[in-house]
Design a protein. Structure first.
Length: 375
């Protein structure tokens, strides 16, 4: 604040977009990270590349596919909403809201076009003009929604007041809330067990380290759920203001995660048993993790940050060492039409699920280092 030039720049940004310079900077960081996730997801699997037998952009004039469904359109629409929103916050601060919305929608549409064109080189993927339309429309809606989230607006004002009342000021808390939101998104993973983030064995074709047995499967599921519950819960608790009770906030996040898991199984995957993921091991892990969390939230903040990072790392190691469960089948939604358009959204969720532990531990280490330096 002592430097007048940066202060003037921040005021300018706030007057044009309604967001603080810290929020704009975080939006740009998240936008770049989301771009990498989209690229990672769109280019899976990373093998069997071929020269396309027809013109790369022929899919632009292809007729409406007979096998596309409203769900396919909806999930591809939803996949680009966050990108449009983040870009709109960033460019809105520089060019104003109207031009920021337009620039964000065009940039996201160009990215979608590039990803669809590259998929022509992958036999396992289907380039589609329907996906391109859904992605572009989702980005436009996200970009148009960004101004409504500014603190000066009614919706953004309520969010901002709640955030300031419950959580600490600063970038670590802002980023932590975003990472907690991404953790909710990972519950849409089509095959992973509950809270099973960081499972990369299938992506890299790594063999299982342990042989399946009922007792080992139950124990590994319980350990993964327990450690992730502790890690996420302690992360939220460490970023909350002193005097606020963390358990109701953690319970709300946990309830939302469980609800999304049910919605994903019943609506998107169309599973005949939407609660099949609620195994005895999962129940054991939820119960034990919640009991341990009651005591762990009373630890000092540095201890909570360190324990959260350790739990998330340990959970990632555990899920990659856990045996394959022969009774866990691939959802029929992913088998009916082979490489369906649903895989575009599914790929983004898989990428988030695999990368989430890295994001979370990076934030926790940053927050812990900042506290040691008095920041």
């Amino acid at each position: 604040m002592s430097n007048p030039v940066p202060g003037e720049r921040n005021t300018s940004h706030e007057s044009r977009a309604g967001f603080s310079s810290r929020t704009v900077r975080l939006a740009w960081i998240l936008a770049v990270a989301y771009l990498l996730v989209i690229g990672y997801a769109s280019l899976q699997p990373f093998h069997d590349w071929r020269w396309p037998p027809e013109e790369i952009l022929r899919f632009l004039v292809a007729p409406w596919p007979r096998y596309i469904t409203l769900q396919d359109v909806a999930v591809n629409f939803a996949a680009y909403v966050p990108l449009g929103l983040l870009l709109s916050i960033g460019w809105g601060a520089r060019y104003g809201q109207a031009r920021g919305v337009l620039a964000s929608a065009l940039a996201a549409a160009a990215l979608s076009l590039a990803m669809e064109a590259v998929q022509m080189f992958l036999p396992a993927r289907i380039a589609s003009n329907v996906d391109l339309f859904a992605n572009g429309l989702g980005a436009l809606v996200g970009a148009m929604a960004a101004p409504l989230l500014a603190p000066a607006q009614p919706i953004g004002g309520r969010i901002q007041s709640t955030r300031r009342r419950l959580f600490l000021d600063g970038t670590p808390a802002d980023a932590g809330l975003v990472i907690a939101g991404l953790w909710l998104v990972t519950q849409f993973h089509p095959t992973a067990q509950l809270f099973g983030t960081g499972a990369v064995r299938a992506t890299f074709n790594l063999p299982p380290y342990l042989t399946y047995s009922p007792a080992l499967a139950l124990g590994s599921e319980a350990v993964v759920v327990l450690l992730n519950l502790l890690g996420v819960g302690l992360m939220l608790s460490a970023l909350m203001r002193h005097g606020n009770r963390p358990m109701p906030v953690i319970a709300a996040l946990l309830g939302a995660a469980l609800a999304l898991k049910v919605v994903n199984a019943a609506v998107f995957l169309q599973a005949t048993a939407p609660f099949s993921w609620l195994t005895p091991g999962v129940v054991l892990g939820l119960s034990a993790g919640w009991l341990l969390l009651w005591g762990a939230v009373r630890l000092p903040q540095p201890a909570q940050l360190a324990a959260a990072a350790g739990c998330i790392v340990a959970a990632t190691i555990a899920i990659n060492l856990a045996p394959d469960n022969p009774y866990q089948s691939v959802p029929p939604r992913l088998l009916v039409r082979g490489a369906s358009h649903f895989l575009n959204f599914s790929g983004i969720v898989r990428a988030l699920s695999e990368l989430w532990p890295l994001l979370a531990t990076g934030l926790l280490i940053y927050a812990l280092a900042g506290r040691k330096h008095g920041e």
